[in-house]
Design a protein around this ligand. Structure first.
Ligand code: 5GP
Ligand code: ZN
Length: 113
């Protein structure tokens, strides 16, 4: 997707504050953090949203959850984090490339917040 900002981050066209990268995923700090730690983990391949996950691309989602756990452990917050995915505009999705927010460092309310 040539006009997708997260595709551009994934292929290095737009520089970012990278936390982790391998062949299929990249993690970087959110530019507008909503918690003391706010990292986005995305597949390098373009998937528009969680509703586009299917049998042919779900392996990367499993891998993303391994990476989320690894980042949390490496940064000492493995028992204190929230993972968020917004799917669709009404749920708050603003970038239409699948991403998981990994947030820590403050208390979170439920539901939402
Ligand atoms: P959404 O609202 O789609 O769930 O989350 C999109 C997130 O991407 C927002 O938290 C926003 O701050 C972040 N974001 C949007 N554009 C960029 C960018 O160019 N660089 C970084 N690091 N974060 C971005
Ligand atoms: Zn994309």
């Amino acid at each position: 997707m040539s006009d997708c900002i997260f595709c551009k981050i994934a292929n290095g066209e737009i520089p970012t504050n990278k936390v982790y990268e391998d062949d299929t995923v990249i993690a970087f700090h959110d530019m507008d953090p909503q918690a003391p730690t706010h990292i986005l983990v995305i597949p390098k391949a373009h998937i528009a949203s969680a509703s586009e996950i299917n049998a042919s691309n779900s392996a990367v989602v499993a891998h993303i959850f391994e990476v989320l756990a690894k980042i949390a452990k490496e940064n000492g917050f493995e028992n204190d984090f929230r993972v968020v995915n917004n799917c669709g505009a009404r749920a708050g999705q603003t970038v239409h490339h699948l991403h998981f927010h990994l947030m820590s460092g403050r208390e979170f309310t439920w539901p939402a917040g």
